[in-house]
Ligand binder design. Structure first.
Ligand SMILES: NC(=O)c1ccc[n+]([C@@H]2O[C@H](COP(=O)([O-])OP(=O)(O)OC[C@H]3O[C@@H](n4cnc5c(N)ncnc54)[C@H](OP(=O)(O)O)[C@@H]3O)[C@@H](O)[C@H]2O)c1
Length: 419
């Protein structure tokens, strides 16, 4: 792996905020320097554990590609990492982020297939939220000219996970039906689009009500996430569904398995329900695990049901699944070129706005994917007033930063329930 740059110890978020406030352009002109901006997670916990800091730039090792980052994907998993709400969390401080897009700036030895100047998107095993990253070439993919950098940063995690679950794990075919939770989110929208590439597939989705108008067209039937979706699905399809995609581990396993038709597949791929506030709640964690249904394999055999689990990052980083993932990315890029799929970007945020961006996911506000746009300057204060914005404004006032009233909220493309 690349040698990570040493953190500049005396640099603090506050100092960077002040510097940027004095001279907004300095945020984007680190190109000639040996330093770069990066988001740092200083310890597990709330939003206050995130700051933007300066680090020395990494240099590519053998088999690695150095990328000048343009955009980074913000995933639900990043919230869980921040809280330390994952198995075997790495040590902090760390630079979060699992995917980015940008331009190849240099290559280590043995990096055939890439050239300086190539437009690429990449998976990272952490460290993606920085101006420059180095990552093994097995996790880097060239992107088509027509794909924007934010789209590319919204592509890999959501579409690869959705594709592999639908087509590799559960063999989606014409005429089948699929149930997906959080249908308005990054993965949810990728699932909906991929289902529409197969004739006559029925998609049942759940989502917060305020999103319904915006995403109704993308699924066949949409339910409020708070209603008894099992009863609603049964009213429409008494025999159940062929595929259940469950990212709410614990709450839904029994319901999901119960909804399957014979030979149907239930896939567990997330545990969003374990996030119940800004910091990890041991009570909720214990409750969630306690609620996880005990599945009897003999019952699966008797009822002709398939139960599966899927973790893209484990496949990629721990189980040597690079070539399977690469093949999937190529198939997805073909679908993109044929205009059958298109990543949905919810909003763009400067690195310095990472807390506000994360708060938007906590607030269930996003439709599609949140992107950290490395070249974006923080937006002036004022337009929106969410709890985070208000707290930040108050803090800034207290600290007498003066009238540098120009940071805060990201560029939004959809309605915000908290405004
Ligand atoms: N296994 C894998 O390989 C893999 C890969 C990617 C993602 N995932 C998992 O897939 C799920 C979706 O990921 P994503 O990145 O696309 O995120 P996302 O769906 O965009 O996440 C945000 C949405 O999740 C819903 N949600 C459910 N529980 C929530 C909670 N406790 N707090 C806030 N929002 C909650 C909300 O939508 P509604 O209010 O509309 O329900 C919210 O808008 C996550 O569980 C993630 O870990 C797994």
């Amino acid at each position: 792996m690349a040698k990570e740059g040493l953190e500049m110890t005396e640099e603090t978020e506050h100092m960077i905020e002040k510097n940027v406030a004095k001279e907004p352009d300095s945020a984007v002109c680190a190109a000639d320097s040996k330093e770069m901006r990066a988001v740092l997670l200083t310890g597990f916990g709330g939003l206050n554990k995130l700051k933007v800091t300066k680090k020395l730039m990494p240099e590519p090792q053998e088999g690695e590609v150095k990328i000048r980052v343009k955009a980074c994907g913000l995933n639900f998993l990043d919230l869980m990492v921040r809280q330390g709400n994952i198995d075997n969390p790495p040590k902090t401080p760390l630079v979060p982020g699992f995917e980015c897009s940008g331009i190849v700036e240099a290559m280590g030895e043995n990096t055939k297939g890439f050239e300086i100047g190539d437009r690429v998107m990449a998976f990272m095993n952490y460290n993606a939220w920085a101006e420059v990253v180095c990552t093994p070439l097995d996790w880097v993919y060239k992107i088509p000219d027509e794909m924007t950098f934010p789209e590319a940063a919204a592509f890999c995690m959501n579409f690869v996970a959705a594709y592999m679950m639908l087509f590799e794990v559960s063999n989606l075919r014409e005429g089948m039906s699929v149930l997906v939770h959080s249908a308005g989110g990054g993965v949810g929208q990728a699932v909906a689009q991929l289902c529409s590439t197969v004739p006559n597939v029925t998609v049942f989705g759940t989502a917060s009500p305020f999103k319904h108008e915006a995403i109704r067209h993308s699924v066949t039937y949409l339910f409020d996430r708070n209603v008894d979706y099992v009863a609603e699905v049964r009213k429409i399809s008494p025999e159940g569904v062929d595929i259940v995609l469950d990212c709410l581990c614990g709450e839904n396993t029994g319901k999901g398995l119960g909804l399957l038709k014979p030979l149907g597949t239930y896939i567990l791929y997330g545990s969003s329900n374990m996030v119940t506030g800004e910091t990890k709640s041991f009570f909720s964690l214990a409750k969630s695990w306690w609620q996880v249904e005990k599945v009897n394999p003999i019952k699966l055999y008797e009822e002709n049901k398939v139960m599966a689990g899927f973790s893209l990052l484990n496949l990629l980083f721990k189980q040597g699944g690079c070539s399977q993932v690469k093949t999937t990315v190529q198939k997805l890029l073909s679908l993109y070129s044929e205009k059958k799929i298109k990543p949905i970007v919810d909003s763009l945020w400067a690195l310095e706005e990472v807390k506000e961006a994360m708060q938007r996911i906590h607030d269930r506000g996003n439709i599609g994917k949140l992107i950290l746009d490395v070249e974006k300057s923080p937006t002036p204060l004022g337009a929106l007033s969410t709890p985070v914005h208000r707290a930040k404004k108050k803090k800034q006032k207290k600290e007498k930063i003066g009238d540098s009233d120009w940071r805060i909220t990201g560029q939004r493309f959809h309605g915000d329930p908290t405004s």
